[in-house]
Write a protein that binds this ligand. Sequence first.
Ligand SMILES: Nc1nc2c(ncn2[C@@H]2O[C@H](COP(=O)(O)OP(=O)(O)OP(=O)(O)O)[C@@H](O)[C@H]2O)c(=O)[nH]1
Length: 754
Amino acid sequence: RYLLTAGLQCCRCRVSCHVNIHYSFLPDDVKSLKAVANPDISKIRNIGIMAHIDAGKTTTTERMLYYSGYTRALGDVDDGDTVTDFMAQERERGITIQSAAVTFDWKTHRINLIDTPGHVDFTLEVERALRVLDGAVAVFDASAGVEAQTVTVWRQAEKHHVPCVCFLNKMDKPAANLSFSLESIRHKLKANPVLLQIPVGCGKNFSGVVDLLTNQKLTWKLRSTSDDGRAFESKPLDQSDEPELLQEVTEARTALIEQVADLDDEFAELLLSDFSENFDAVSSIKLQEAVRRVTLARKGVPVLCGSSLRNKGVQPLLDAITAYLPAPNERHHDLVRWYKDDLCALAFKVLHDKQRGPLVFLRIYSGTLKAQTAVHNINRNSIERMSRLLVPFADQHVEIPSMAAGNIALAVGLKQTVTGDTIVLSKASAAAAARRAQDDGGAGKRQGDHASVVLSGVEVPDPVFFCTIEPPTMAKQADLENALNCLQREDPSLKVRVDPDSGQTILCGMGELHIEIVHDRIRREYGVETHLGPLQVAYRESILHEVSTTDTLDRTVGERRHVVTAALAVAPLDISATGASCELAFAEELAEQLSPQMKEAVENGVHSSYLQGPLLGYPLQGVATVIQSVTMEPGTSPAMVSACVSRCMLKALRLAGGQLLEPVMSLEVTVGEERLGSVLGDLAQRRGTVRDIQSRHDDKVLLATVPLAEMMGYSTILRTITSGNATFSLALDTYEPMNQQDQNTLLKRIAGLL
Ligand SMILES: Nc1nc2c(ncn2[C@@H]2O[C@H](COP(=O)(O)OP(=O)(O)OP(=O)(O)O)[C@@H](O)[C@H]2O)c(=O)[nH]1
């Protein structure tokens, strides 16, 4: 197998360089994949692209693939032929649903890139990707600055300490605004933008950038709309350029040098010792090294500009990825040191391929992954055989014999592995790692305890929507179950359960779009036409009053009589302070009296009753339980103790008065001023609360909270009342108690009385 590689060694421009025409790749430079299968770890960049919906992630990715030589034609999201958006629904809807990992080379570096979706329903995909990335590119629409979803994803990146580079895309738009975008990075993301380029021209006249490190002016002189932007001119800025641009660049370069000196002591010392007469004389290499240190320490984020759609500025972005973002060995991954040179990898995504079965995306942290070998899955405690190893190239995959640490690979043949599992060489190597961890004081874990040597997986948020799903005939039930099993392995945010009363299958997801996509995939990929029931909101339940109660269970099973009496108290907790949790405590003397086995039985009884509230059977939140006494006759089994405690809990919860909690979303709507009135009027009817209205150029940005139950079909309504001139994003904010009137209405509606 042969692949094109990024080929051309481009000249590193210095201030003294003459005009150069740069080409992104030499069309005839072909290398065997073997030569690039396992690059030096310092040359690998595991990168994600994150952004608000429609900021241009997919368009930017396509340009990267094209300039690196891995695709021969430019894909266009508007025409539905991009490489990374390969699922049929993505092509039709023009949005990115699943992260597709793509591997390509840029100059001397290997880039593993994961395209992450911007829609809030798919936040988990982003989280999953960030967990295995070493660096990220945040793409912004330069006319909108930082938008809601970017803030969410940025926070996720911070949580995983992922260094970032910012790309201000869409500089060709008339409303594109550099200083506004920088300000919004500063304010909304609380980040420190380090501007590395000055745009040349604005709006339709945007033609390139000046690199502030080298003072090179990079210009894309596109002759027609079909010009792919591969060739661009690079020449030192000189007196022939417009005086305003010269002035702007001089000031920005001085500001950059001062800013970097403030953030990096080594650079500050260098300036003061060697360049105290003239800071500007510092070499671009030294400045670049300092910007890199600042980026890795997350003290600042390099900012670049461009227009992916107009094919301008993407090659310097690729250079910045390799120059400023970290190699895998520059990142600190906690547990990996226990494995030394043994294999340790994290399964971060599972896909189902009709021919090949499950395909597992693995990030290799240490050791080498080899095809045709057995590996040990710590989480499932099972040995699995990997038949083949592939390099992920969107929906095409190239086979390779082995893959070393730092890389992302796709394994075929792992039948049990699910997202979040840790894969190691063997059971013995996991035990050896556990021993090393323990010898080192490994967080006080017991010897052999696998928790200390498992890479932490992805936190799965609770679904907020659910609906019933039915096959057309009972004969198709097994096919539906198979489809749902496969989809759940791929997507842990999708939950499937069977309603104990009706026996119906229930689908629980993160949003309307999420459920719609799952429905669509079952039809397209598994050939099952299903019927979805109406979409319902996943409420929570709590209680209103403190109550104490007791219950006795006296049951004879076979020869054996079980008698147990439990006394307990339940009380409401302040939900705003405690969040989603429920608590459980034992009266002091009781904790000592109960055997560990009986204590566990009591805990099981309480926890099972927390799963289904007495009002509508939703999970409980904000309830504190104190077990006051548990007495039993000899011979009573733990299962009976659990059953008695559960029954007693149900009695107490009923007496305590039920309170429904509803998911309340934070909503951000960007709309032209003339339509703001209609949006506000509509929001008032949805029990919405306006938090703030901000201005963004000619638009208004409305920040509000609104109950999820009122948001069904909002995208269609918003499109109608604003004639398509508004965008919105929605994210779960909190669960709030419903007022008595709304609660009664809901209960009556669910009981079929309204
Ligand atoms: N004017 C202008 N439009 C752009 C630019 N880049 C992308 N677009 C357009 O913006 C829209 C969204 O682009 P995408 O690349 O799909 O954005 P995305 O961020 O991947 O979107 P999701 O996958 O849905 O999250 C498309 O209509 C693009 O043609 C740009 O540089 N300038």
